[in-house]
Design a binder for this molecule. Structure first.
Ligand SMILES: C[S@@+](CC[C@H](N)C(=O)[O-])C[C@H]1O[C@@H](n2cnc3c(N)ncnc32)[C@H](O)[C@@H]1O
Length: 313
């Protein structure tokens, strides 16, 4: 974006991604998030749900369904005017825009995601439409992003650490803490207790589906879909004062919020079968039950709880 402000960020050993330039290498280098020629490398490990336009739309719907909880989380973290905040795994950047509003025109949000091809251009477009000039966009692997010590006031991340191998999360938490200025805050929201998912009236297929969703996230890289459970201790051990809070989402069929579980189940399930994580019988049984639930005003979906961890330096 033309308004990209000068960067304090450098991304060591930055990878180049299709579509957007990766973080510029170099101490105190100025970052650009611009289209580039000749970017041929593709991300080594794709985001488990992919970057189809349907998935990006689903993220937008999910953002809206969780907006009350998310805004209250940002408020509790205390993100405020003139701060510099990093948004880890920002995706198409729905919360990035909220953060940009919170820090105001003299603050800055540094939005980082590996997907420079689909998600970040969408963020760029949204920021332009909203007239926001305080967002700096980086296409970068979280394993490789680096900031100067004590250079940021806040770090936010939601539903992103679950897609990183657990060892990378541990390493990232250590690095993140060093980026925070004294008084700085990190606010991380990740699922915990995934199998706590429930549907009323119950369906016998739900546990198969929940386990398949977990396997899909874990994949062969050892990602932890319940990383929310480990974060409070990791952050505490890294030296921050830690507060935790658990939020969940309960939605009734027939309401606008039903779209959140509905899209997740109907979009993702064929892929779970293709990957061998779910049997075709369980998928078909579940989808039949789900359709009945969607037409049953008594049906309720209970989502997995999300651990909100706030660490203060
Ligand atoms: C479920 S989306 C969440 C987006 C956003 N945080 C939200 O709450 O709506 C996960 C995002 O994390 C990004 N991501 C996953 N692994 C990543 C990695 N290793 N480095 C950078 N971004 C990553 C994906 O590209 C995707 O945009």
């Amino acid at each position: 974006m033309s308004e990209v402000v000068s960067a304090i960020a450098t991304c060591m050993m930055a990878k180049c991604f299709k579509g957007l330039e990766s973080c510029t290498v170099g101490e105190g280098g100025v970052s650009r998030a611009r289209g580039l020629n000749g970017m041929t490398d593709i991300p080594r490990d794709d985001y488990q749900y992919g970057y189809s336009s349907r998935e990006l739309k689903r993220l937008g719907e999910q953002y809206l369904v969780w907006s009350k909880e998310n805004l209250s989380f940002l408020k509790r973290a205390g993100f405020s005017r003139n701060q510099t905040i990093v948004d880890l795994g920002c995706g198409p950047g729905f919360t990035t825009l909220d953060l940009a509003g919170a820090v105001g025109p003299h603050g800055k949000v540094i939005a980082v995601d590996r997907d420079g091809e689909h998600s970040l251009p969408l963020l760029e477009e949204q920021a332009r439409t909203a007239g926001l000039t305080n967002i700096e966009i980086h296409a970068c692997e979280l394993a490789e992003i680096e900031f100067a010590p004590e250079s940021v006031d806040g770090i936010y991340g939601r539903w992103v650490l679950m897609y990183l191998p657990e060892d990378s999360v541990k390493d990232l938490v250590g690095r993140m803490v060093s980026w925070l200025r004294p008084g700085g805050v990190c606010a991380l929201a990740e699922f915990c207790n995934f199998l706590n998912i429930h549907i009323h009236p119950p369906t016998v297929y739900l546990m198969d589906v929940a386990k398949a969703l977990m396997r899909n996230v874990s994949d062969e890289r050892g990602c932890n879909p319940e990383i929310g459970t480990l974060l409070p201790r990791l952050i505490q051990k890294a030296g921050l004062k830690t507060e935790i809070n658990v939020v969940t989402k309960v939605v009734q069929s027939g309401t606008a919020e039903w779209i959140w579980p509905d899209k997740l189940f109907t979009d993702v399930m064929p892929d779970l079968v293709k990957k061998g994580f779910l049997s075709k019988t369980s998928m078909e049984g579940f989808l039949q039950d789900w359709e009945k639930h969607s037409n049953n005003p008594e049906a309720i979906f209970f989502g997995s709880p999300v651990m909100e961890t706030i660490g203060r330096r």
